[in-house]
Design a protein around this ligand. Sequence first.
Ligand code: NAD
Length: 355
Amino acid sequence: MGKVRVGIIGIGEIGTTKHLTQLVRHSDEVEIAVLCDLIPERCEKANKDFGLDAKIVTDYRELCTDPTLDVVHVCTPNPLHKEMTILALENGKHVYCEKPLACTWEDACEMREAEKKSGKKLACGLQWRYNTATMEMKRMYKAGELGDVYYIRSSQLRPRRLPAYGVYTNKELNGGGVLMDGGPHSIDLPMWLTDNYEVATVRGVTFDKMKDFPEGNELGPWDPKQFDVEDTAMAMITMKNGMMFYIETAWCSNMQQEAPGIIASIAGTKAGADMVGEGFEEAVRVTGVKDGKLQTETRYPEEKYNMWEYDMDRWVDAITKGGEPAVNSYQAAVVTRVIEAVYQSAETGETIVFD
Ligand SMILES: NC(=O)c1ccc[n+]([C@@H]2O[C@H](COP(=O)([O-])OP(=O)(O)OC[C@H]3O[C@@H](n4cnc5c(N)ncnc54)[C@H](O)[C@@H]3O)[C@@H](O)[C@H]2O)c1
């Protein structure tokens, strides 16, 4: 079998730092054949930086209908995911779509319908579950070392790291704010850790308190006049089995969490575990009773995981050897449904009940 031919739509931050960077590691199996962006100079630069000779197009329809392509990666702003993904699936391509899969549950369901009809694979970029610490937590959960898990806290409180580039602060062009950015990872992690995507209720709150305070942002200042999304979101999510998780996600809170990135704490009847401190993706602090006494130890698992590599390796396996992608479309669709419910709940002040 020859190389699998891939086209990428959206050669911005994630298209470059994740998709191109990871796919070129697989140049024995994968050929990056077509690049698409409204700004063709970004594709030209990518060809140069990554030593590629990909065809450059500016119309995603040309890429999605290109009969020589096997796979399409969708790395454009959120509201464009649905249209691009469905067109690619209808044209017989496997699709890796960036998170969030879609902006609404209805759109996510349509995308899954197109996936089913096409017989092709649809994956989503929720790679934050695959670092050393989260993999150790999952191992502990599966081995029964945590006992009955009843509560998880999942946070990403960035003091000042709002993505001031692209369209992140524009509701129409981004579909929402931080809940569509860090939110999908924070929502997915507790469900993935416990193999449980059966949501019962969602109660959410959002804030847009910080838009007038653009100073000191690591990724540059933003324009308060171009800011109509939430910068902070919190939600309590109960599951049909009685477990509950709490998420908090913020771009620019005047708070410091213990570590940057998405972190989680998990409480079970036998033990609990937290992602901790410096190198938080590497270490798990385990608390439980041993020899009749409460003890806490910090573990540094020997087996190391790089979430970017793990996620893309599984995807390349899926498209070249028929394996399962790391993140499937059902899980990604439920994440979108929760996001939608958080917005609804924040607007109405009510708890949203899932059927
Ligand atoms: N998995 C992750 O951890 C992660 C991290 C960051 C971003 N993302 C997701 O990736 C997507 C892109 O985010 P980003 O930070 O790379 O944004 P970005 O603004 O840096 O890049 C988006 C690119 O898409 C291009 N584009 C826009 N409309 C287009 C169209 N109609 N046709 C072709 N190209 C078009 C833009 O010109 C730009 O180059 C978003 O959905 C975001 O949520 C995922």
